[in-house]
Design a binder for this molecule. Structure first.
Ligand code: NDP
Length: 450
């Protein structure tokens, strides 16, 4: 049944939707042990319905730059599945954004949101707009133009977008400002808002901190190990990477790498987080060459100078690796290097950063592997906490959000590990995550009828 659905999907989707097919294929193969366990899955065509988005919204975004030149970009929102609650998922502004990439992200989001146990469905959106090199006013004008087109489709009980690559609190602030301007409605229609008008404390830190809470739990339960004093490698230099590094350092780990789309920094003394934040935090996108200029003992490798299309981050010996930049950034040859160098765990902070054959190799060799839909779910969970605070007009303090996040990541780890065990896939956290998430969504889809 799985192969038939995949063949149909390949026929009905563009050849360029490779990441979407990759994500669906991984999930459906994980589900093989249970698709025949309940006849209702077939009766209600659950798999066929699950791999088809509810709707794909595409619009034109027209905006004017600082020298009065007119630009046109594509805008999208993929509302994939709202069986568990309002559509929820980030907006990505990056030139690589296409319907295929957003379908993969929205599909993954259904499972991630289900794993949190919270009442949220799956969606994703964004634009092929490139924020790099744009002035603050240009970012504002683009965000306003984007929201002019998006606003009819979203709502606090309908679809609540958040941030992702290229979209942080600044962009969410401008998007919310325009939404309010058009609708005169102060609903919590976006999450990741600045704290000054309805944002939750800890939302910027949530994804990265959650990744490390998950890693701590997995290492403790599976290997009776901690992160204290351990060498870790992290890729990326954006929101997720920075806060993953921050929490790893708080737990006593020594993080020796970070990277961006141009290159990698290796700093054997441990990454200087303040310096990194001064280059990259809050929408700043200065090159990591500036890190090398400030700390000459650090090593900077340009991406273009690294052989085999691999990523130099994964060539450094480490105890645990945290891919936190983007999809398919860790390939099979990277996985081989990690194994040779004695890495015991790969914990995904980004969405699908590890290629399928790399995952299979890591798992075969006994490396603990956690998929992003489990380990990076802290971001969307705190987004849901923001929706709760907005709905009840409450403000939770930092410690309360942090405690709830920590507890939620523990629960996700337990749910994933126990499900893997129950289905004879012990320590296969990919299968554990996919099966646990699927069962909750499938039940809701059956109960709501067709
Ligand atoms: P940011 O835009 O803040 O940072 C992204 C980082 O990745 C930047 O350092 C960027 O470099 C780098 N990067 C982007 N594209 C590439 C590429 N093709 N090759 C190498 N490096 C690249 O995004 P986030 O940190 O928010 O998101 C990172 C990942 O985490 C994404 O997969 C996202 O979907 C996922 N995620 C994010 C969540 C969140 O709360 N923000 C929640 C859950 C998942 P440069 O600065 O040069 O562009």
């Amino acid at each position: 049944m799985v192969e038939k659905i995949l063949a149909n999907l390949e026929k009905s989707n563009c050849a360029t939707d490779t990441t979407f097919i990759q994500a669906v294929s991984e999930v459906l193969h994980s589900l093989e042990p249970i698709v025949n366990s309940d006849p209702r899955y077939d009766t209600y065509a659950i798999l066929e319905r699950l791999v088809t988005p509810d709707r794909v919204i595409q619009f034109k975004v027209q905006w004017v730059d600082d020298s009065n030149r007119v630009h046109v970009n594509n805008g999208y929102r993929i509302q994939f599945n709202n069986s568990l609650g309002p559509y929820k998922g980030g907006l990505r502004f990056h030139p690589s954004v296409s319907i295929g990439v957003l379908k993969f992200l929205a599909f993954e989001q259904i499972f991630k949101n289900s794993l949190t146990g919270l009442p949220i469905g799956g969606a994703k959106g964004g634009s092929d707009f490139d924020p790099k090199g744009k002035s603050d006013f240009e970012i504002m004008k683009f965000c306003r133009a984007f929201m002019r087109e998006l606003h009819p489709y979203i709502g606090a009980r309908i679809d609540v977008p958040a941030g992702d690559i290229g979209v942080g609190a600044r962009e969410i602030g401008y998007l919310f400002g325009e939404y309010k301007h058009i609708t005169r409605n102060y609903d919590g229609v976006l999450s990741g808002k600045p704290y000054a008008f309805g944002g939750s404390l800890m939302r910027p830190q949530a994804t990265g901190f959650g990744v490390v809470y998950f890693a701590r739990e997995m290492l403790k339960e599976e290997l009776q190990e901690s992160l204290e004093g351990k060498i870790c490698t992290v890729s990326g230099a954006g929101n997720v990477a920075i806060h993953t590094i921050e929490k790893l350092q708080q737990f006593g780990a020594i993080v020796i790498t970070c990277s961006d789309s141009e290159g990698t920094i290796y700093d054997s003394r441990g990454i200087d987080l303040q310096l990194l934040k001064s280059l990259k935090d809050e929408g700043k996108r200065l090159s990591l060459e500036n890190y090398k200029a400030a700390i000459p003992s650090a090593v900077y490798t340009k991406k273009a100078d690294y052989p085999n299309g691999g990523h130099s981050v994964w060539s450094f010996p480490c105890f645990a690796a945290f891919p936190c930049a983007t999809q398919n950034e860790l390939n099979e040859s990277d996985a081989k290097k990690l194994i040779e160098n004695g890495c015991v765990a790969v914990v995904e902070g980004a969405n699908m950063p590890t290629e399928t054959n790399a995952i299979e190799l890591l798992q075969r060799e006994g490396v603990l592997f956690s998929p992003g839909k489990a380990s990076n779910a802290g971001g969307v969970a705190v987004s849901e906490f923001e929706m709760s605070q907005n709905a009840s007009m409450e403000k939770w303090d930092f410690d309360k959000v942090d405690r709830k996040l920590d507890e939620l990541m523990r629960q996700i780890y337990k749910r994933v590990a126990l499900t893997a065990k129950e289905y004879g896939r012990e320590r296969n956290f990919v299968d554990g995550a996919n099966i646990a998430a699927f069962k909750r969504v499938a039940e809701a889809m059956i109960l709501e009828g067709v």
